[in-house]
Design a binder for this molecule. Structure first.
Ligand SMILES: Nc1ncnc2c1ncn2[C@@H]1O[C@H](COP(=O)(O)OP(=O)(O)OP(=O)(O)O)[C@@H](O)[C@H]1O
Ligand SMILES: [Mg+2]
Length: 243
């Protein structure tokens, strides 16, 4: 320990919780219910890498297309110029490509010299692959291949609304990943608010409290010094009533 190299996420407040960032070349799984900020989190991870750390990013989408992702970004960022300069690439894969998806990802990582990779989302894999066993195998193979390339990988996955304790759909995501960050939407009074918890991070100590986060104009902001309120909803604490 001690001298492990960290990759800063660049997300305000989060690197503080991670004591500097994600251990280099590790993979993390970002899980949360629909609309909890997973895609935004993934894009922001690539944005800071490309903009401030000279690390190229590759975004593999199994859900939204590139234009949709750019149009929906809630921040004042010039993502398109980073894409134009080849520092960030956003690729949407379609169902017919699933047979050789892992080869496609591997060659895209190499072609783009990507040091940060986002796979959004693992949950979507079963839209095209019926058998859960096959999805599991695909996730394990994908992870093994990405491990061999020297990049830091962020997988996203959806937590079913009303089942905040089930953070992985296929039962492997949280184990194959070196780190797990859980996002939640928690009801406070009549409003939903965003929360984040670092559940696991191999190779480093980290904060284990639930923190609020917000969408600011220039990116997400995790309130590292504040503890989230106790509440109900798809929140991160146990024993909460599903929203
Ligand atoms: N400017 C903003 N301020 C506050 N919240 C915002 C803002 N822009 C977007 N959001 C919230 O972020 C959500 C979308 O974020 P994002 O697409 O990253 O979530 P997701 O977890 O990837 O969702 P999905 O399950 O649809 O893939 C919106 O539903 C909205 O609640
Ligand atoms: Mg999304």
């Amino acid at each position: 320990m001690g001298d492990i190299e960290k990759t800063k996420t660049g997300i305000e407040g989060l690197d503080e919780l991670l004591q500097g960032g994600i251990p280099e070349n590790h993979s993390i799984y970002v899980a949360g219910p629909a609309g909890s900020g997973k895609t935004t989190f993934g894009i922001e991870f690539l944005y800071h890498g490309a903009k401030e750390m000279n690390q190229n990013g590759l975004y593999i989408s199994f859900e939204e297309g590139k234009e949709q992702i750019i149009d929906n970004l809630p921040f004042n960022w010039d993502l398109e110029s980073l894409i134009g300069e080849g520092k960030i690439q956003i690729v949407k894969y379609d169902p017919y490509q699933y047979e050789n998806i892992i080869d496609l990802i591997r060659s895209s990582v190499k072609e783009n010299n990507a040091e940060r990779v986002v796979i959004d989302s693992l949950t979507a894999l079963n839209l095209y692959v019926d058998d859960t066993k096959d999805v599991r195998k695909m996730i394990l193979d994908m992870n093994e291949q990405l491990r061999k390339l020297s990049c830091t990988t962020l997988y996203t996955g959806e937590i079913k609304t009303g089942h905040p304790e089930e953070i992985s759909r296929y039962g492997v995501e949280e184990f194959i990943a070196d780190g797990v960050i859980k996002l939640a939407l928690s009801k406070q009074g009549s409003e939903l608010s965003n929360q984040l918890l670092v559940r696991k991070m191999r190779g480093t100590d980290h904060d284990k409290k639930i923190h609020p986060f917000k969408f600011e104009n220039d990116g997400l902001k995790v309130y590292a010094k504040e503890k989230a309120f106790e509440s109900s909803g798809d929140s991160l604490g146990s024993g909460d009533e599903p929203f």
